[in-house]
Ligand binder design. Sequence first.
Ligand code: PGA
Length: 252
Amino acid sequence: MTTPRALVAGNWKMNGLKASSSEITHLNDLISTSGANCDVLICPPFTLISTLVAMGAKNVPIGAQDCHMNVSGAHTGDVSAQMIKELGCDYIIVGHSERRADHGESNDIVKAKAAAAQEAGTTAIICVGETLQDREAGNTLNVVSSQVRGSIPKNAPAAQTIIAYEPVWAIGTGKVPTAANVEEVHKVIREILVDRFGADGKQVKILYGGSVKASNATELMSVPNVNGALVGGASLKAEDFYGIISAYDKIG
Ligand code: PGA
């Protein structure tokens, strides 16, 4: 059984104005010139999706950072998965720790959002990860396991499911777990996916996220069961992000 093709996904969070479209042009050119041995994705804020999709940068697909769990209705300020799909996005991040913390999103909410994303025909990138408190209390595997089990929708198609393991304490801090720590968590996630999806669970991508940058990408992306990265800060500049993408030239 071959391993899934890796995905290096950028999460711009609440960053970017129209001028940032030059980073997409630059990234597209870097990939055209020097290639990419992995799939690539950029998830900008909602406000930029149309602009960036309209650029037609063929090497840089555009995704979204969140969606509502319903298809339509009285939900002021929210955006549905169907609306995002219509814009030309094939991926939606759900359950990022910043949404879990800032918007009180429980596993049940994340599960409903993932289901909405999948029903709209997109792939849900479901984020999980322990806090520093969880890790220090020795609860990492329990917390991550229950998030993975609790956030995958009942009828989830394996082919439209991606898990992103992002230790909360590693996000935006410059701190990264050891390769051995990442391996331990990804192995448990893989076991849950195989338990859930059978052999197809081996093809579900498990991304690592949290302070990934060009200088640590090769080590982190070489860990067994790490099938790519979810990148925040280092995705904002095309050169930095391409440095992570090109880690896959060395990994093969
Ligand atoms: P970071 O963010 O790469 O800036 O640590 C990762 C994420 O939150 O997806």
